[in-house]
Design a binder for this molecule. Structure first.
Ligand SMILES: [Zn+2]
Length: 160
């Protein structure tokens, strides 16, 4: 579905939601001196798991999707990635480089049910490799309604 480098048959651990490029070796599977990366056992990818930190304060269902995502980091740089999980209070996606947990960022995501591209402030709640989850900190009722409508058209992933 929307997760880079993974499909459902690749996910051996039921808790894993996908795989992402290993941050320690940047996906090469090797360290600078050519030995296998210990972080990913030389595979170049690491499993991504449901993060309890994201579920504690989240009560909305997550929905799997695939939308272009733009994130402006605290350094005022724009990063283009993909949103693959959507909820009324946040989203998950991959980016070309990691942004630390706790960072406040601006997000742009074109939700099909909303007349204009959503532009919201959010906080990074979880970051594993290049996968991130964000919690919205500024969202209007109209924006939330559009997300709710969009989510209705998607299959639910459940609470996490
Ligand atoms: Zn590695």
């Amino acid at each position: 579905m929307g997760i880079v480098g993974a499909n459902s048959s690749d996910v051996e651990d039921p808790q894993a939601i996908g795989y992402t490029s290993c941050g320690a070796c940047r996906g090469s599977g090797k360290t600078d001196d050519g030995t296998p990366c210990t972080n990913c056992a030389g595979s170049g990818s690491v499993a991504v798991f449901m993060q309890p930190g994201w579920s504690e304060h989240h009560r909305f269902l997550r929905y799997r999707t695939d939308l272009p995502l733009r994130v402006r980091s605290y350094e005022e740089r724009d990063l283009d990635g993909h949103c693959f999980v959507m909820a009324e209070d946040g989203l998950g996606g991959d980016l070309p480089e990691p942004i630390p947990v706790g960072s406040q960022v601006q997000l742009w995501v074109a939700v099909p049910t909303h007349p204009v591209t959503l532009h919201v402030w959010a906080v990074v709640r979880c970051q594993i490799g290049l996968l991130h989850t964000f919690e919205f900190v500024s969202i209007t009722d109209a924006e939330r309604l559009s997300i709710r409508q969009f989510c209705k058209e998607l299959g639910g992933l459940g609470h996490f």
